[in-house]
Write a protein that binds this ligand. Structure first.
Ligand SMILES: O=P(O)(O)OC[C@H]1O[C@@H](O)[C@H](O)[C@@H](O)[C@@H]1O
Length: 249
């Protein structure tokens, strides 16, 4: 009925792009922030301005990762190394934290202006999983997870939450390391082998594979190339929407 291996006792859901239509909101905010920075830097150094390309840069360098990891990883792809800075760096600081703060202000503004849309197929799936007695958790790199769940009105559908705030408090390495998903399974008191991971990001399916989870579902909201990449990075199955798993019986 849920399209999961027998004995699965828990489902660990990524948030942005799996439960809510917020992956594209994050991508737009990242582009806005990086383009502003790269343009300003090009004017200073005389190098050409090469904009952030959502199609080419978001998936491999930023998607699914903690804010500072995404910032560092993309800049490194352009040969730019910045100091880490401090968690309370102001947005105008030319540091990893400062640039991350700039992006966060943009994403929060977009969320406030546009609200948060949920994927109905995913919400139906979570409800069905709970009705079948499975435990559920949200495992997201985003430090805005609580606000997004609240804005989408779905906080009550999950028994546990391991997000960017929890990862910072417990010093958990972010995806593609498996630690956040392992912490989610531990919160639900279910071994990794009996838990299923639901992810739309390459870093996320990689984390699911690395953690030895019983089943890794890749959720493809992009295109055929992304579907193939999800499978190559560790998804056992790739679907366009979670409702497809229920149809599978
Ligand atoms: O900046 P936040 O809200 O803490 O989110 C960190 C990351 O969270 C992930 O869920 C998104 O896929 C990324 O795009 C985002 O950058």
């Amino acid at each position: 009925m849920l399209g999961l291996p027998d004995g699965t006792a828990a489902c660990l859901f990524d948030l942005d792009g799996v439960l809510t239509r917020t992956a594209s909101v994050h991508a737009a905010a990242w582009k806005d922030m990086f383009d502003g920075y790269l343009r300003e830097r090009a004017a200073r150094t005389g190098d050409p301005f090469v904009p952030f390309d959502i199609a080419k840069d978001y998936g491999p360098y930023v998607d699914g990762k903690k804010r500072e990891d995404g910032t560092r990883s993309f800049l490194r792809s352009r040969g730019i190394e910045l100091p880490e800075g401090e968690p309370d760096d102001p947005p105008d600081a030319e540091t990893i934290r400062g640039l991350g703060d700039r992006k966060n202000a943009l994403v929060l503004r977009l969320i406030e202006e546009k609200g948060v849309e949920r994927f109905d197929g995913s919400i139906g799936y979570v409800r069905a999983a709970r009705a079948a007695g499975l435990r559920t958790a949200v495992v997201s790199s985003s430090a805005n997870t609580a606000q997004v769940l609240d804005a989408a009105g779905i906080t009550g559908l999950f028994d546990a939450r391991v997000d960017g705030v929890v990862a910072a408090e417990r010093r958990l390495p972010g995806k593609p390391a498996p630690d956040m998903f392992l912490a989610g399974a531990a919160e639900l008191d279910v071994p990794a082998g009996r838990a299923a991971v639901f992810e739309d990001a390459l870093a996320g399916v990689e984390a699911g594979r690395a953690g030895g989870f019983g089943h890794v579902v890749g959720v493809n909201r992009v295109d055929g190339e992304h579907a193939r990449a999800l499978a190559e990075h560790g998804a056992d199955v790739v679907v366009g929407d979670l409702s497809e798993l229920m149809e599978d019986g």
